[in-house]
Ligand binder design. Sequence first.
Ligand SMILES: Nc1nc2c(ncn2[C@@H]2O[C@H](COP(=O)(O)OP(=O)(O)O)[C@@H](O)[C@H]2O)c(=O)[nH]1
Ligand SMILES: [Mg+2]
Length: 446
Amino acid sequence: MFEALGERLQTIFRTLRGHGHLTESEIREGVREIRTALLEADVDLSVVKEFTEVVRQKAMSEEILKSLTPGHQVVKVVRDEMIAILGQGDEASLKRASQTPSVYLMVGLQGSGKTTTSAKLARLLKGLGRSPLLVPADVRRPAAVEQLGVLGGEIGVPVAPARPGEDAGAVCRAALKEARQVGRDPLVVDTAGRLHIDEDLMSELAELKTALEPVEILYVADAMTGQDTVRAASAFHARLTLTGVILSKTDGDARGGAALSIRKVLGVPIKFIGVGEHTENLEAFHPDRMASRILGMGDVLTLIEKAEAAASVEESEALARRLKKSELTLEDLADQLDTMKRLGSLRQILDMLPGAASLKDMPLDEKGIGRTRAIISSMTREERLRPEIIDGSRRARIARGSGTAVSDVNVLLKQFKQMRKMMKSMTRGGPGMRSGLFGAARSFRR
Ligand SMILES: Nc1nc2c(ncn2[C@@H]2O[C@H](COP(=O)(O)OP(=O)(O)O)[C@@H](O)[C@H]2O)c(=O)[nH]1
Ligand SMILES: [Mg+2]
């Protein structure tokens, strides 16, 4: 997620941290580089201006210039400001109407992910014990009605009927009546989109708003489209008064511009993020976790939550302990590869690990995992715990034992070393960083 931006910022931070103390001109240079990195990630210009101005001011304070770890302090300032523009204090929850059912209206451009996200949201709400009804209000395209029907079937959520020729308003009114009668709540309404803003669509959505009195109007923003989606969102907001944003497709190689601009430009909170095509790939949005991911610091909290959901309690507690102590061994890596298979896409998991950037060349297909696993299995316990003892002849033995090449063993050891180093520098990364990330992990673990 937002890898290119994360890597650039990390390079800038490394330079800043490399100085024993920082001069004003070094800070100015660092801020200038951050500004360029953000602009190249397609972040809105006004957001970039305000962001860099605040960072520059705070970073130039006496306190930081005179501190023993000025570089770390500046990184902390950047992280704090990033959390602020992502919506510090925003809640990822959805409001409920005083009268059931609550109606959640999903809007956005064509292809942004409305239909998929409607199903994801319904699945999530069902998991929370609610009994949603999906409503296909994109009636002009029979394929869209069908798509929602298929997704509803997949997740076991009923989909309101839409008869051919019926208009969106009629479908919604009938669905609302039905929901009241049989007690379904909430209604998740999938609407039509266009490639561009057009008046027809806007008046159709405005009519739906009047008829349904939705308690949430959620704009589905495609993270891949950068500022275009932010501009479109502004037009939707002007007409409909959005209450929240769902950022879809954050799993792709989006540059990060939409994510970093939309909250600030609209003044509307981001509530969820889509992290894949499947109906389970929706996560609550947390500004602090997103900031850590964008800054390439990994998202240890979400990783722990996922591990808890997929692994046994003992396994995930052990993982949390290791992450906290940052004493990862090759043995742990082997265990984790097994657990990760149950957690979902490995790439997704690795993206959440601090230092993921250093692992981006790791082979993530089943075959690659198998090879990594085989190499680790061919090591002695001692070697797994203290890989620094693995010299040339041990490497040759391990390669023979695992049916791989010495170069494969070298690559794994090198990646592992980078990963371990990264995790160490994370936990020792100055007071702010520590309480931010690992302190939070601690409080999460209670
Ligand atoms: N990778 C990825 N693909 C997504 C995500 N959300 C939606 N998509 C894909 O984006 C495409 C358009 O989605 P759809 O829901 O039909 O968009 P709509 O036109 O707004 O209803 C589909 O191929 C979806 O599978 C996501 O979070 N990640
Ligand atoms: Mg659709």
